[in-house]
Design a binder for this molecule. Structure first.
Ligand SMILES: Cc1cc2nc3c(=O)[nH]c(=O)nc-3n(C[C@H](O)[C@H](O)[C@H](O)COP(=O)(O)OP(=O)(O)OC[C@H]3O[C@@H](n4cnc5c(N)ncnc54)[C@H](O)[C@@H]3O)c2cc1C
Length: 304
């Protein structure tokens, strides 16, 4: 049996959950499809969200968000979707268990996955043990310590500049530095020590203690910031008829509507800063907009 909803939210991170809360509270029948365990927020400690002092658990935040969305009437399917296509009068969604859903409006909140170095030690020391993918999130944890920022593009330059202001010593490491020249100058002026090299391994015990460069040089560090950008699930957007931007982000208007009527997007997928506060703000607006859109579709006189 195909189930029908006013709003289908694809993604169970902070953006999707907030969208579901705002949609369900507008009395739109709402389903959230996605795995909270795959959210960028799962397993992190965050300390920069208003109202949550100290290092708060991202996993707990997601668990509470799911319970809140359910309490307001949203349904929850913990799985990925295989496809989402525009169909007459709405959107047809196929979940990975083969179930088919129909929704009048879709909110895409599928986030981005960080590009990884893919070297020994990276996975072992992620999740709070010294490898981070977000300098603006974790800078405060490395105040007065020694860190390496890895990556040669402008986003790495911005992170090297930021970390040089927090850490006692910041090494900025890349095989080649292609960042905007003014950003390179700024990072170096802040004290980042630029090293042209390839990182071969991240080493440590309980947490990171050093990095090994190709060629054999070992540098003592307390943390490694991997700043290699990220990739979003553009295939879902393209299935829905939305053309992503060249950097894989999706363009939205102030109601978080995309160029395709009935398709909304929010969170990391709309671009930087990749931050929870931005994700939930956008999710709230996208959820309300999607519910309103679905309401308009319901009230539309039938052409038959
Ligand atoms: C290590 C780390 C530390 C961070 N620290 C902080 C911090 O301190 N403060 C801060 O503000 N931010 C921090 N962030 C960033 C923050 O986690 C993200 O900005 C936020 O999670 C983005 O929310 P989102 O809902 O857009 O995407 P996500 O949270 O990534 O959620 C995406 C959702 O989409 C789902 N999905 C993807 N593809 C499909 C599909 N095909 N079908 C169904 N579902 C799909 C995923 O399963 C997931 O549920 C950190 C991120 C990382 C990686």
């Amino acid at each position: 049996m195909t189930r029908s909803f006013d709003v289908a939210v694809i993604g169970a991170g902070p953006a999707g959950l907030q969208a579901a809360i705002h949609s369900a509270r507008r009395r739109a029948s709402t389903i959230v499809i996605g795995r909270p365990s795959s959210s960028a927020m799962h397993g992190i400690k965050l300390e920069n969200l208003v109202g949550l002092p100290g290092a708060s658990s991202g996993t707990e935040f997601l668990e509470n968000g799911i319970e809140q969305a359910k309490a307001f009437g949203a349904e929850f399917a913990e799985m990925n979707i295989l496809s989402a296509v525009s169909s007459e009068g709405g959107f047809g969604i196929t979940a990975e268990n083969g179930e088919k859903l129909i929704a009048s409006a879709v909110v895409v909140a599928t986030g981005v996955s960080r590009n990884r170095l893919g070297i020994p030690g990276e996975r072992e020391f992620s999740e709070g043990r010294g490898v981070s993918y977000c300098a603006s999130c974790d800078c405060n944890f490395y105040r007065g310590r020694t860190v390496a920022v890895v990556g040669g593009q402008s986003e790495a330059a911005v992170s090297a500049d930021l970390m040089a202001k927090y850490a006692a010593r910041t090494y900025w490491i890349a095989e080649s530095f292609d960042a905007d020249a003014s950003l390179v100058t700024k990072a170096e002026a802040a004290g980042a020590d630029r090293i042209p090299a390839k990182i071969a391994e991240i080493r440590g015990g309980e947490s990171v203690t050093s990095i090994l460069l190709e060629g054999g040089r070992e540098i003592k560090v307390d943390g490694v910031f991997v700043e290699l950008g990220g990739r979003s699930s553009v295939d879902i957007l393209m299935d829905l008829g939305v053309m992503p931007e060249i950097d894989d982000t999706v363009k939205v208007d102030r109601s978080y509507a995309t160029a395709v009527p009935g398709v909304f997007a929010c969170g990391d997928i709309t671009g930087k800063p990749w931050q929870v506060a931005k994700a939930i703000g956008e999710g709230a607006v996208a959820g309300m907009s999607a519910a309103e859109y679905a309401g308009r579709m319901r009230r539309r006189p039938s052409t038959i």
